[in-house]
Write a protein that binds this ligand. Structure first.
Ligand code: ZN
Length: 309
């Protein structure tokens, strides 16, 4: 639900916003909802140039108000001309395939643990509408928001370090359609994790905003066939398959992490920049991505220790 400038009145002094439910000009009445809001500590609505829209978004647990603000920012020059492909999913929240061949995985381990913990505690509440249950829901939602902010910030920083000028991200309309058709098979496999398409949309918004501040362009492309075809030889064959998270190509013999293969296909959907040489890469380069885990104690993403056997 979107409220344009005429549809809301913002009072940043008392942190309240009045959302119009419509007006009847002939009979001179209007109806509205008065909402109290909280913003993240780093956001000050009274300091922005203007608030252009207010959106009420149902997150699955509660209503969130999103304020669309006009802010003047200094945009940096693009850190480089390379590209990176980002595949968003539910095993690895993000898989990144860089142009020079290396790749990174960001597993959802910590959100899964959080979800399990909060679902359990909410279930223990006598009443799902109780104050305690509401507080737990808010906490769960705040931790997710924090995770998305930290991850998008981390990925943008990695792109700056790697000289990336273009982030190519798959648009998730496929997931949305499946949800609408009731075909949520892939989701059910992940048990308690109720992560819906809105979470990916929100993450993409955060990533885009943070990337643009660094002068990096974010392009959304269709995810069609990106999980089915081989990113090395380009072939889509019925005999190509995914086994235990690995994509196996029968034609060229590539074996790669399935999410990284998807991310590389997404990256290749944007034509290469003529100025870049495409890096040098050999077959099998996709097989060993580095994995970054969210560390709850430091609140940051750190590379998983390599296990040598
Ligand atoms: Zn192949």
């Amino acid at each position: 639900m979107t409220f344009k400038t005429a549809g809301f009145k913002l009072d940043t002094h008392y942190n309240r916003v009045r959302l119009s439910k419509g007006a009847n000009l002939k009979e001179y009445w209007s109806d509205f909802i008065l909402c109290e809001y909280q913003t993240r500590s780093d956001v000050d609505l009274s300091a922005v140039e203007s608030v252009q829209q207010v959106r009420a978004v149902w997150t699955g647990d509660e209503w969130e108000l999103h304020f669309v603000c006009k802010v003047e920012i200094e945009v940096s020059e693009a850190p480089g001309e390379k590209s990176v492909g980002v595949d968003l999913g539910i095993t690895n929240f993000a898989a990144l395939a860089y142009e020079d061949g290396h790749s990174e995985l960001y597993p959802l381990n910590c959100l899964k643990e959080d979800d399990y913990y909060f679902s359990k505690r909410i279930a223990e509440c006598d009443d799902s509408n109780s104050e305690q249950a509401t507080r737990l829901n808010q906490k769960k939602s705040a931790r997710r928001t924090h995770y998305f902010h930290t991850l998008s910030k981390h990925i943008v920083q990695r792109c700056v370090d790697e000289g990336v000028g273009t982030i190519v991200v798959g648009d998730l309309s496929g997931i949305r359609e499946n949800e609408e058709n009731g075909e949520s098979k892939d989701w059910e496999k992940h048990g308690n994790l109720d992560l819906h398409s809105w979470a990916f949309d929100r993450f993409t918004d955060l990533l885009t905003y943070k990337a643009e501040m660094e002068g990096i362009t974010v392009e959304e492309v269709s995810e069609e066939d990106t999980s089915k075809s081989c990113s090395f030889c380009g072939r889509t064959s019925d005999t190509n398959r995914v086994e235990r998270g690995l994509y196996v190509c029968d034609t060229c013999g590539t074996v790669a992490n399935a999410d990284v293969n998807g991310a590389e296909n997404i990256r290749q959907k944007v034509p290469p920049n003529l100025a870049s040489d495409g890096g040098d890469r050999s077959n099998g380069w996709l097989a060993q991505p580095s994995t970054f885990l969210f560390n709850k104690e430091t609140g940051a993403f750190a590379p998983q220790e390599q296990v040598t056997s």
